[in-house]
Design a protein around this ligand. Structure first.
Ligand code: FAD
Length: 408
C-alpha cells in the first residue's frame, strides 16, 4: 500500500494526518515529530499557559485516541535528518529509513536568535516550546525586572502576562512603533498606550547591541542599547520572530524563498512533496499579492485541508482570507487580511472605549480589518474581506449601520 509521511508534529502536521483518514485515504500515514509531546497548541504559550491559568494537558491538540482511531503511526521524539527525493525515502535519527509515496513538510520554525555579545548568558529566554515556558515562568515574580526584546505579538503578550503578575517590564522595539510589521500606526499607538497604562515601559527605536552580566556572574544583568543607556534586567525575553525550518527542503533541492514555496494545493516544485504551516511561503489562494510566509494557526489548518484534499483527489476547499488573533490584558485583537498598501483607514468605534474595529481599504476594496473586542463585527469583517467587498468608508464608520447589512 502507499504511504504519506508527514515531517513535523505541530498543528499543521497533526491536522493533515487525521484529515487524510477523514478523506478516506487508505494507505499508511506516518507522523514524525522531534518534540516529545503530542502535537500541541502554541498560541497559549504566551498567554494562558504562561500565566499559569492552564496546564500542559490543556495544550494538547488531539488526544492519543484520535490518532489511534485514524490509524496514524506517531513517531515522536524522532527527527528526520534527510529527504532522498530520488529514492523517495527519509532518513530518521533513530537509524531507520522510511519510504514515502507522498511527503508533507510541516517543520514550522524556531525562535529567531539575536546574535549579539552576551546572548549566551543565563536568564535570557526565547518562546516557542513548552520547555521554553517552563524555564521562563519561575522568573515571573513581583518586583523582578524583565526586559522584552521585540514589540511584536509574542513580546507584547509576555509583557502583558508579566505586568499583571507585578513584574517590572520594559519592552525594547527597534522600529519606531510596536506591531509595526502588522498594523497601522493607530493600532500601534493604542497598544503602546494600553501597555503604558499597565505600567510597562515601552521604548521604540531602540537597537539592542548586547547583554552584560549582572553581579551573579554568568547571568544577565543589563541589556545594552546601541545608542542609549543600558537597561537593567533580572531576566530577558527575546521575541524577534521565527526562523523557518527549511534546511531539509533546501538540501533536497526544493525551491525555498523565505519558506518552502508552494502553490494553492500546498505543493512544492516536487509534485509528491507538500509543505504547510509556518515553514511555507505562498500566495494564500490569491488573497496575497505576493508569496509570503504566514505564521498563524488558521493558515496552518487551511493548508492542511488543501493537502488532504489534493492527496485524496478531492476539490481544494474554498479558502478564507488569512486571519490571526492576539490576547493582551482584557483585549482580544483579531485581524483578517493583509493591509499592505492600503490607502484609507476607517475606524468604527473609538480606541478610547477599548472596543473598535479598523478597516483598511485599497482602491475602495476592504482588504483587511483589525478588531479589538468586537467579536460580532469581526465575523462580518471576515466576510467583507473574504468577498473582496467594496464598501463606502462612511458606511463602515457609521455604527448605526449594522456591518452585516454591508455584506453583499
Ligand atoms: P510548528 O508548530 O512549529 O510545528 C513544527 C514541528 O515540527 C515542531 O514540533 C518541530 O520541532 C518539528 N520539526 C521540525 N523539523 C523537524 C524534523 N526535521 N524532524 C521532525 N520534526 C521536526 N498563531 C495564531 O494564529 N494565533 C496566536 O495567537 C498565536 N500565538 C502564538 C504564540 C506563540 C508564543 C507562538 C510560538 C506562536 C503563536 N502562533 C499563533 C503561531 C502558531 O502557533 C503557528 O502558526 C502554528 O503553531 C504553526 O504550526 P506548524 O505546525 O506549522 O509549526
Amino acid at each position: 500500500s502507499s504511504t504519506v509521511a508527514i515531517i513535523g508534529g505541530g498543528q499543521a502536521g497533526s491536522e493533515v494526518a487525521t484529515l487524510l483518514r477523514q478523506n478516506r485515504y487508505e494507505g499508511e500515514i506516518v507522523l514524525i515529530g522531534d518534540e516529545d509531546h503530542l502535537p500541541y497548541l502554541r498560541p497559549p504559550l504566551s498567554k494562558a499557559f504562561l500565566a499559569g491559568e492552564i496546564d500542559a494537558d490543556a495544550l494538547i491538540y488531539k488526544g492519543a485516541p484520535a490518532y489511534e482511531r485514524a490509524n496514524v503511526v506517531l513517531k515522536l521524539g524522532v527527527r528526520v535528518d534527510d529527504i532522498d527525493r530520488g529514492a523517495k525515502r527519509l532518513k530518521l535519527n533513530d537509524g531507520e529509513a522510511l519510504s514515502y509515496d507522498k511527503l508533507v513538510i510541516a517543520t514550522g520554525g524556531g525562535a529567531r536568535q539575536l546574535p549579539v555579545p552576551g546572548s549566551k548568558l543565563s536568564n535570557i529566554f526565547y518562546l516557542r516550546k513548552i520547555s521554553d515556558v517552563d524555564a521562563l515562568r519561575p522568573h515571573l515574580k513581583p518586583g523582578r525586572r524583565l526586559v522584552v526584546v521585540g514589540g511584536g505579538y509574542v513580546g507584547l503578550e509576555v509583557a502583558a502576562v508579566a505586568a499583571k503578575q507585578g513584574v517590572h517590564v520594559t519592552v525594547l522595539e527597534g522600529a519606531p512603533r510596536v506591531l509595526a510589521r502588522v498594523t497601522a500606526p493607530e493600532l500601534s499607538q493604542f497598544y503602546e498606550r494600553v501597555h503604558r497604562e499597565a505600567g510597562v515601559d515601552i521604548r521604540t527605536g531602540v537597537s539592542v547591541s548586547g547583554f552584560a552580566a549582572g553581579p551573579d556572574e554568568g547571568s544577565v544583568g543589563a541589556v545594552l542599547c546601541a545608542d542609549g543607556e543600558p537597561v537593567a534586567a533580572d531576566f530577558v525575553l527575546i521575541g524577534i520572530g521565527l526562523s523557518p525550518n527549511t534546511d531539509l527542503a533546501e538540501r533536497a533541492g526544493l525551491v525555498v524563498d523565505g519558506g518552502v514555496v508552494v502553490d494553492d494545493h500546498s505543493r512544492t516544485n516536487d509534485p509528491d512533496i507538500y509543505a504547510i504551516g509556518d515553514c511555507s511561503t505562498h500566495a494564500h489562494h490569491g488573497f496575497l499579492e505576493r508569496k509570503i510566509r504566514l505564521e498563524s494557526v488558521p493558515n496552518a489548518l487551511e493548508q492542511a485541508r488543501a493537502v488532504a484534499a489534493s492527496i485524496t483527489g478531492r476539490d481544494i476547499p474554498t479558502a478564507a482570507a488569512p486571519w490571526f488573533w492576539s490576547d493582551q490584558y482584557d483585549l482580544k485583537l483579531q485581524m483578517v487580511g493583509l493591509s499592505d498598501g492600503y490607502d484609507t483607514l476607517v475606524l468604527r468605534g473609538s480606541p478610547e472605549s477599548r472596543s473598535f474595529i479598523a478597516f483598511y481599504l485599497k482602491g475602495g476594496q476592504v482588504i483587511a480589518a483589525d478588531s479589538v473586542n468586537r467579536l460580532g463585527d469581526f465575523m462580518a469583517a471576515k466576510r467583507l474581506v473574504g468577498d473582496k467587498s467594496h464598501v463606502a468608508p462612511d458606511q463602515l464608520a457609521d455604527e448605526t449601520v449594522p456591518l452585516k447589512t454591508l455584506i453583499a
